[in-house]
Design a protein around this ligand. Structure first.
Ligand SMILES: [Zn+2]
Length: 326
């Protein structure tokens, strides 16, 4: 399935490139051809200014509290890259929105059907446009930013049919844009491989209840302390709740307490050369790394007895508490 999808995408991208090349000779007659798109639909970012990073569909949470079913296509680009209307339309939202930080939502008519395009994490949603304003195809509507739940500058681009939210439904932007003659692959400078992992690894961000269902009304199975490892299937969620497995027990946790990274409980510095990072809190346990004086380590459990669980150089382990300094 994965290989077949990759092959199909590559083939269509090649065809789209051929169309662009053929259109170049008529660039003077058709402004749309000069931008690398067939008339009717324009890619939302200038060609070669972006890469395809996170794809539509089930995924692992890329950041604490993020969604595990991605409703759009992420297009990594420099801050300030111009975001363009893919087609003429009307601005239905320009400003702040939960998760997106700043967003511009446009309504268009395509083949007699109502289509909405959503442009998330932009710098200021109302920098260039206002709600109710008409926009032309290719018009600058925003700048790429990293507002809201985002780790680096990118455009989060969604395509909805019929309605935005409510009874509307999202489309895979890669598929929809390709079907409308403006392949996102064809304009991309780079693209990550499109694959969905079979399992996600997360960590608790604090002491959190594992419940039998997605809500505070469900019974608590157990309380899990900070920085304990969880596994989950991509897309296994219900609103703000994530279905996770902790030591073989399946349950639900609120997304705010689930992160792809460990949470540092404070930084400490190694005070002696050759300090051993052990697999277990015992001098008979395996050595995972040898640390030199001055190395910074992140405490991931509160200190207990003579040992401290730490995270250093991509590894978890235990070090003797007496050789750590503030
Ligand atoms: Zn996104």
């Amino acid at each position: 399935m994965g290989a077949r999808r990759t092959f199909t995408s590559g083939l269509v991208a090649a065809i789209a490139l051929a169309v662009v090349a053929a259109g170049a000779s008529t660039a003077a007659a058709s402004p749309a051809a000069a931008t690398g798109s067939v008339p009717g639909i324009t890619r939302p970012l200038p060609d070669d200014s972006y890469g395809l990073s996170s794809y539509y569909g089930p995924r692992c949470m890329p950041i604490r509290g993020a969604s595990t079913y991605h409703l759009g296509q992420d297009m990594g680009a420099s801050r300030g890259t111009k975001v363009k209307a893919i087609r003429k339309g009307t601005v239905v939202k320009a400003g702040s929105a939960p998760g997106f930080g700043q967003v511009v939502v446009l309504r268009h008519s395509v083949d007699g059907r109502r289509i909405y395009t959503v442009h998330g994490h932009v710098v200021d949603g109302d920098r260039y446009v206002r709600t109710g304003q008409r926009v032309k195809q290719g018009q600058r509507i925003a700048d790429v930013g990293s507002s809201g739940t985002s780790t680096s500058p990118h455009l989060h681009f969604e395509v909805w049919t019929d309605e935005y939210k409510g009874s509307g439904s999202t489309r895979d932007p890669i598929t929809w844009m390709r079907a409308h003659g403006a392949s996102l692959y064809a304009g991309a400078a780079w693209a990550y491989t499109r694959s969905v992992p079979s399992s996600c690894t997360y960590f608790t961000t604090g002491s959190v209840n594992l419940r039998t269902g997605p809500g505070t009304g469900y019974r608590v199975i157990r309380t899990v302390p900070v920085n304990r490892k969880l596994t989950a299937k991509p897309g296994d969620s219900s609103g703000a709740w994530r279905k996770v497995t902790r030591l073989g027990t399946v349950g639900w946790m609120h997304a705010d307490y689930v992160s792809p990274w460990v949470t540092s409980l404070g930084t400490r510095y190694v005070s002696a050369n050759g300090l051993r990072l052990r697999a277990r809190p015992s001098t008979r346990s395996d050595v995972r790394a040898t640390l030199s004086k001055g190395t910074a380590v992140s405490m991931i459990h509160p200190p207990k007895g003579d040992w401290v669980k730490v995270y250093v150089k991509g590894k978890f382990g235990y070090v003797a508490r007496e050789y750590l300094r503030r």
